[in-house]
Write a protein that binds this ligand. Structure first.
Ligand SMILES: Cc1cc2nc3c(=O)[nH]c(=O)nc-3n(C[C@H](O)[C@H](O)[C@H](O)COP(=O)(O)OP(=O)(O)OC[C@H]3O[C@@H](n4cnc5c(N)ncnc54)[C@H](O)[C@@H]3O)c2cc1C
Length: 462
């Protein structure tokens, strides 16, 4: 425990989108002077890696609340000219946005254009966040292999033989989180059966070269797989496809690593019979990378050993569904900053913090966020297990496709989620139940109330 006059030491494992946003939120939103925040990242350098990443209105609003204004410009991110997040098309190029209009937010529903769905190269969003985190607090080449927690504190052990000690541990180490694994050794991810094929390249390779190339982001749906294409910020362009792979998770892990270079000819062949625009896009795509898609079950709690928690993909292994990962990570970060502020503000300046207060912070965060992301995980599981039968004729395939599009779940509850309102409801519940066990509150009526409050708020904005 920190003694009087010693700052509260917060260890964050992972300096991806969630880790950086958490460091920013704990510094700015918590409004606490006495935090010593240290980030440990396995990569030897923070390079601009990855492909396209989308932020929905909730993520864009949260970026603004975190003060990351440099990521809100039209230079760094791309917003389609229509203001619609993406236009759905069948592979036969029939535009389906009218039929699926209830699935898409319309520009008038998101009044501030800065909050419209925005598409970035992941590296550019990451670089924008990085500008707000002191360099000296990020320790590179620090692959964490094990974490331990006791009544007195938390300890991290790194591959290089060193260790770090702190008061609170936040696992922001992505979908394969070792922090999560240290406290949930039986947790297992599964392979969803899909491998995504992604590319990002300079937009000049395709723009002005393909007749009818849509200006907005476009999602073409086929009977089995989809194809996505969009302009990104900083004059980048992305193409995304996928293929099914029947192998087990263990077999996939042995043969395909995340972000591994793929075979561009395979990508071109796979889409050669799709609409001519798609064919042209694949022909002009210079190279591709592979991303096997994993997902996992919802955890029973994010309060681990009373002083450890998780943010981002480490907390909710939803497998990137609905392109929600980036926005969820930002909302997690904001919720944690608000929880720190709410519980710890009474202890400033220089008062030692009791373990029960640390636990309360984490319970408040857990109550604010977990039910929301559990709902998404449930949806993802339903989609992975609900494999439809293969259509036997082209007409059947087209009909099945249109039905699938029409039945696509409405996800406004995700993109319009108001994390501050969910936090306020959670704080009220916890504060009004001081005598009961926090865990009881967070697993029973509390989560129901938060879910209902958040759903009502999203609904009231439509
Ligand atoms: C290289 C990379 C490329 C990606 N590309 C895309 C993309 O193109 N499109 C998309 O939608 N999403 C992509 N994602 C995922 C996306 O970033 C996340 O879904 C979302 O932003 C939530 O981020 P996160 O910080 O929780 O996880 P991540 O972005 O996965 O970040 C986790 C961080 O933790 C670090 N880390 C992991 N294990 C350890 C350890 N044991 N010790 C120390 N550090 C550790 C990782 O190196 C990484 O920096 C990518 C992630 C990565 C890591």
């Amino acid at each position: 425990m920190p003694e009087n006059n010693k700052p509260l030491r917060v260890l964050i494992v992972g300096a991806g989108i969630a880790g950086l946003a958490t460091a920013i939120s704990l510094t700015r939103v918590s409004d606490l002077d006495d935090l010593d925040i240290q980030l440990y990242e396995q990569a030897p350098e923070l390079l601009e890696i990855g492909a396209s990443i989308a932020l929905s209105p909730n993520g864009m609003r949260t970026l603004e609340k975190l003060g990351v204004d440099n990521a809100l410009t039209d230079e760094v991110g791309f917003r389609g000219p229509s203001g619609i997040p993406q236009i759905f098309r069948s592979i036969f190029m029939e535009t389906l946005e009218n039929e699926s209009s209830h699935l898409c937010r319309h520009p008038q529903d998101v009044p501030n254009p800065r909050h419209h769905t925005t598409r970035f190269h992941r590296g550019h969003l990451h670089a924008a966040l990085l500008k707000h985190v002191p360099q000296e607090s990020i320790h590179l080449n620090k692959k964490m292999i094990r974490a331990e927690a006791s009544d007195d504190g938390v300890e991290l052990y790194f591959e290089d033989g060193t260790s770090a000690y702190g008061d609170i541990l936040i696992g922001a180490d992505g979908i394969k989180s070792r922090v999560r694994q240290s406290f949930n050794p039986d947790y297992k991810l599964f392979f969803s059966g899909k491998v995504f094929i992604r590319a990002t390249f300079d937009a000049s390779l395709v723009e002005g070269k393909i007749p009818g190339l849509p200006l907005d982001s476009a999602h073409w749906w086929g009977p089995e797989d989809n194809f996505f294409a969009s302009r990104l910020g900083k004059h980048q362009y992305t193409t995304v496809g996928a293929y099914s792979d029947p192998r087990t998770r263990e077999e996939i892990e042995k043969s395909i690593t995340w972000d591994q270079k793929g075979d561009v000819e395979f990508f071109r062949n796979r889409y050669k019979n799709w609409h001519p625009i798609i064919k042209d896009l694949t022909e002009l795509t210079p190279s591709v990378h592979l991303y096997p898609n994993y997902a996992g079950d919802a955890l029973s709690t994010w309060v681990l050993a009373s002083r450890v928690t998780l943010v981002g993909d480490a907390a909710h292994a939803h497998g990137g569904a609905f392109a929600a990962g980036g926005s969820l990570a930002l909302d997690d970060a904001l919720a944690l900053g608000l929880s720190f502020k709410h519980v710890f503000k009474a202890f400033q300046p220089h008062t030692s913090v009791r373990p029960s207060e640390i636990r309360k912070v984490l319970e408040l965060y857990n109550l604010t966020r977990k039910a929301h992301t559990d709902r998404l995980i449930q949806l993802v599981h339903g989609q992975i297990t609900n494999k439809s039968t293969k259509p036997s004729t082209p007409e059947e395939a087209e009909a099945a496709l249109v039905k699938r599009l029409r039945n696509r779940p409405n996800t406004d509850w995700l993109s319009e989620h108001d994390v501050e309102a969910a936090f306020a409801a959670a704080a009220q519940i916890l504060d009004s139940n001081p005598a009961s066990s926090q865990s009881d509150v967070s697993t029973s009526q509390g989560t129901n109330r938060i879910t209902q409050t958040a759903a009502q708020l999203a609904q009231s904005k439509l």
